[in-house]
Design a protein around this ligand. Structure first.
Ligand SMILES: *Cc1c(COP(=O)(O)O)cnc(C)c1O
Length: 400
C-alpha cells in the first residue's frame, strides 16, 4: 500500500518542485526543468510572473472572500474586460473548467425552458471530446472509461464523429437545444477542427435555432494566438466555457454568453460559493490584462509558428519515434509512434516536461511567455530525450 494519504487516482511521477521561474520548474535539489505543458495549459504567464504575484499579494492584504450575496467590484471589472473583448454580454464566474461546462449546459437548457420549449434539452457533442469530470460533463464527453462504475449516466447528449456536417444535421431532433465542441480538442489529442466545419456548425445552429456552445477551456485565453480560438474561424458562438489559462495558476472558470443565450439565467437559477472570489478575480484580471497588451497575442502566433516548424524538424530527425506535429499557436502535439510512457520518462530524465494526450500525442504547451531562445532549448531538450531513447533501445537486448 502506498504511504501517501491521498486518493490513488493519479499515477504520479515522483518528481516534485519547490519553485518556478518563467518557463522553469525547480526541484528541491536545484535541478531545473522546462515546463513544456504549463500544468495543462494553466500557467499561461509562466511561474512567478511579477504582475501576477503583485496582483495576488495586493488583493491578499485587502480582502479574500465575501460570497456572491454582495456586489463584488472585482468581478464586475473582470467581467467587463471579458465582454469588451469578446462576443459575450454576460459572464458567470466559477472555480474550474468542469463547472464552466456544466454552467454552459445549464444556460443553454434554461434558455429554451424559459422560452416555453423545455422539451429541448439535448446537446450534440463529439467523439474524442473532454468537457470535465462532473457527471454531466462526463456524459457530455462521452468517454465510457471515465463513466464506468459511477452509476447512472446523465441523459441528454447525442455524440457524433467530428468533421461530418451531414451526420450532425441528421442527429438534430426536435429535442436538440445546442451543439457543444472544443474548437481544438485538448485531451482528445490536440485535434484542431477545420474552420469550415466550425462555420458549418454555426450555420446548422442558425438554421435549426440551436445554441452553439464552445469549450475553450484549454484552447482559450491566448493559447492559439487569438484571445479565443474560435476567432480564427470567424464564427460567433452563443456560449463559451473558459478556465485553465485565465487564472494563470489560480483556480478560475467562467461561462460567457450573449444577452439572449443568458436570458434564462435569472435570480435564483444558478450559484456558487467560491466562484468569483476576490483572489481569483485579481489573478484573472492580471492575466487578461497581460494577454491583451499590445503585441502579446501576435507574439504567441509567431512563437507558435517557430515552435511548430522546429518540432516538424524534430519529427523528421526521429522518424522511428514521431509521426507528425499538429495544433495552433502554442497548443501543439507530436503524434508518437511508440508507447508514450518511455518517451515521457526520457523527457523527464532530460529535464523537459511535456504531458500526454489521447491519440498517442505528446502535448507541447509551454507558458505563453516563452522566449525564442527558450523555444530553442525546449526543442533541443526534446531532441536529446529522443536520441537517448533511441540509443537505449538499440543497446537493449531484444525483447522476447
Ligand atoms: C481541462 C478541461 C476541462 C475541465 O476543466 P477542470 O478545471 O479540470 O474542471 C473541460 N474542458 C476542456 C476542454 C478541458 O481541457
Amino acid at each position: 500500500m502506498s504511504t501517501s494519504s491521498l486518493f490513488q487516482t493519479y499515477a504520479r511521477s515522483g518528481l516534485s518542485f519547490e519553485r518556478g521561474e518563467g518557463v522553469w520548474l525547480i526541484a528541491a535539489d536545484g535541478r531545473r526543468y522546462m515546463d513544456a505543458a504549463s500544468g495543462i495549459a494553466v500557467s499561461s504567464l509562466g511561474h512567478s510572473h511579477p504582475k501576477l504575484v503583485a496582483a495576488l499579494k495586493d488583493q491578499a492584504e485587502k480582502l479574500w472572500h465575501v460570497s456572491n450575496l454582495y456586489t463584488v467590484p472585482e468581478q464586475e471589472a473582470l467581467g467587463q474586460l471579458l465582454t469588451e473583448n469578446t462576443f459575450a454580454d454576460r459572464v458567470f464566474f466559477s472555480n474550474s473548467g468542469t463547472e464552466a461546462t456544466e454552467g454552459a449546459i445549464k444556460t443553454a437548457r434554461k434558455y429554451f425552458h424559459a422560452k416555453g420549449e423545455g422539451h429541448r434539452d439535448r446537446i450534440i457533442t463529439f467523439t474524442g471530446a473532454f468537457h470535465g469530470r462532473t457527471m454531466t460533463a462526463l456524459a457530455a464527453g462521452g468517454q465510457q472509461k471515465y463513466l464506468e462504475g459511477f452509476g447512472p449516466k446523465p441523459e441528454g447528449f447525442d455524440q457524433v464523429d467530428a468533421g461530418d456536417l451531414d451526420l450532425v444535421r441528421k442527429t438534430i431532433k426536435p429535442e436538440t437545444a445546442a451543439i457543444m465542441i472544443e474548437p481544438i480538442q485538448g485531451e482528445g489529442g490536440i485535434r484542431p477542427f477545420d474552420p469550415a466545419f466550425l462555420r458549418g456548425l454555426r450555420a446548422l445552429c442558425d438554421e435549426f435555432g440551436l445554441l452553439l456552445i464552445l469549450d475553450e477551456i484549454q484552447c482559450g485565453v491566448g493559447r492559439t494566438g487569438k484571445l479565443f480560438a474560435h476567432e480564427w474561424s470567424g464564427i460567433t458562438p452563443d456560449i463559451i466555457a473558459v478556465a485553465k489559462g485565465i487564472g494563470g495558476g489560480f483556480p478560475v472558470g467562467a461561462v460567457l454568453a450573449t444577452e439572449e443565450a443568458a436570458s434564462g439565467m435569472v435570480v435564483g437559477t444558478h450559484g456558487t460559493t467560491y466562484g468569483g472570489n476576490l483572489l481569483a478575480m485579481a489573478a484573472g484580471k492580471a492575466v487578461l490584462e497581460s494577454v491583451l497588451e499590445e503585441g502579446f497575442l501576435d507574439s504567441v502566433t509567431s512563437k507558435g509558428l517557430l515552435l511548430k516548424q522546429k518540432l516538424a524538424g524534430l519529427v523528421d530527425s526521429h522518424p522511428d519515434l514521431f509521426e507528425l506535429v499538429r495544433g495552433e499557436g502554442l497548443m501543439l502535439g507530436i503524434k508518437c509512434k511508440g508507447e508514450l510512457g518511455p518517451i515521457l520518462q526520457s523527457c523527464r530524465d532530460n529535464g523537459v516536461l511535456p504531458v500526454p494526450a489521447g491519440d498517442n500525442i505528446l502535448r507541447i504547451m509551454p507558458p505563453l511567455v516563452i522566449s525564442e531562445d527558450e523555444i530553442d532549448q525546449l526543442v533541443s531538450m526534446l531532441d536529446v530525450a529522443a536520441t537517448a531513447l533511441e540509443t537505449n533501445s538499440a543497446d537493449a537486448p531484444a525483447a522476447e
